[in-house]
Design a protein around this ligand. Sequence first.
Ligand SMILES: Cc1cc2nc3c(=O)[nH]c(=O)nc-3n(C[C@H](O)[C@H](O)[C@H](O)COP(=O)(O)OP(=O)(O)OC[C@H]3O[C@@H](n4cnc5c(N)ncnc54)[C@H](O)[C@@H]3O)c2cc1C
Length: 471
Amino acid sequence: MNATLDVLVIGGGISGLATAWWLQGQGHDVALIEAAQRPGGTIGSVRHDGCLIETGPNSTLETTPLIGQLLEEVRITGERVYANPRATNRFVLRSGRMIPLPLSPPAFLVTPLFSWRAKFALACEPFVAPAAADAEETVAEFVVRRLGTEFLDYAINPFVAGVYAGDPAHLSVRAAFPRLFELEQQYGGLIRGQILGARERRRKREKSRQAAPMLSFRDGMQTLTDAIARRLKRLELNTAAGALARHDGTGWIVTADTRGGAIEYHARAVIVAAPADSAARLVRPLAPAAADALDSIPYPPIAAAVAAYDHAEIRHALDGFGFLVPAKEHRRILGTIFSSTLFENRAPDGIALLSTFVGGMRQPGLALGDEEAITGLVQEELADILGAPRRARWVHVTHWPRAIPQYTLGHLERIAKVEAAERELPGLFFCANYRGGISVADCIRSGFAMADRVAAALDARHPAAAARPTG
Ligand SMILES: Cc1cc2nc3c(=O)[nH]c(=O)nc-3n(C[C@H](O)[C@H](O)[C@H](O)COP(=O)(O)OP(=O)(O)OC[C@H]3O[C@@H](n4cnc5c(N)ncnc54)[C@H](O)[C@@H]3O)c2cc1C
């Protein structure tokens, strides 16, 4: 491979695909290489026994208009499906009971999920002073300070397990939930910030997590990554980047392993869109401090177990999104999505499809169990919590040994080292879910921003390129 590309993207998860797509749309000559035999990374949808199984993310929130734009561009708007309105209830387990999370102030007043003391603490929240702007607190410290321990235990702990498979005692509030941190800093509190922040979002045409519609596709989340991949002019699968070197002072050479042997790519810019450990291996000889920072981002394991049952044999009505399990409940699962309620046509009539997550930061050892162990514990927990039969019709298990990056205390300093490497090594960029948010929507937003940054850097070095066609 002798021709010089404008950009080589390493890694074909949603971060790399979205970035490559938008750079290609700006007229740049882009190639994307992916180590695996299919694109999509964590996103994967498979059919099993008439059911649609998501092996990774089940849905994404439409928090940004960029999602609609991307779907239009890759022509899958008609494939999009929104969550069933019956799936608004989210249950939290407390003392073994499934309690719906209150979704309005009147529901909050009467919910048995929180004691009167916890409700009073929420009412006092606007009067709690903000932390110093340079303080770095854990999510747990932040929540206890503003809302009290019960809120941490029965709202935030299960929520953090559901989103990050994380532990609020380790995550940095500033890195993992920057909006919460900003609400406090900008408006003095969360409740005040919610009200005033809504105006700001309307101006930017963005939606809060609570207000954003939840979407997937008729054939599952993989529709999105497959559609982008199909439209990229150069996508090379089974191609793993192994080494990265400077070339002629301005460009880059990436050596990759393919089934047919090693191959070299010459590119003016390289975007590393691989997970942090892979990125660290690639850049260690050039940027050891950034490599150390990337290597120190924890990625706990998760096992995702999708189980099919006869709906009529489950005692619970499954009338919601699913349930989350606070650590205080001492269970062996983090939570379960009622997949066949959440979206239509996920399972044949009469079949309930339940997607349960095991492990994370809370119980990493459990996620490493073999298929039989995971199947056993998930069936036991679902029988106990939902009144499901002791044995499911079948259980499909996916192991994610390094599932989700944790934005723990010190994360922003780690990312600062990555940014320093980008400044010291012009033409080298990093874009993946350890930066800018872990959700699919965040990765799309980060990919868009990264494409603009890289395009600006290329155009700055070769002003003639700025005259290229767009769209
Ligand atoms: C079980 C699970 C459930 C989730 N649920 C949700 C959800 O419901 N909603 C939501 O919004 N988010 C969810 N997430 C998070 C979200 O799916 C991920 O954060 C996002 O998909 C990550 O995308 P990415 O492109 O940054 O990384 P990845 O998807 O990890 O992609 C990185 C790619 O780089 C490739 N690669 C690595 N090294 C190399 C190399 N040397 N050369 C070439 N290629 C390489 C890998 O093979 C991989 O394909 C979930 C995550 C998990 C694990």
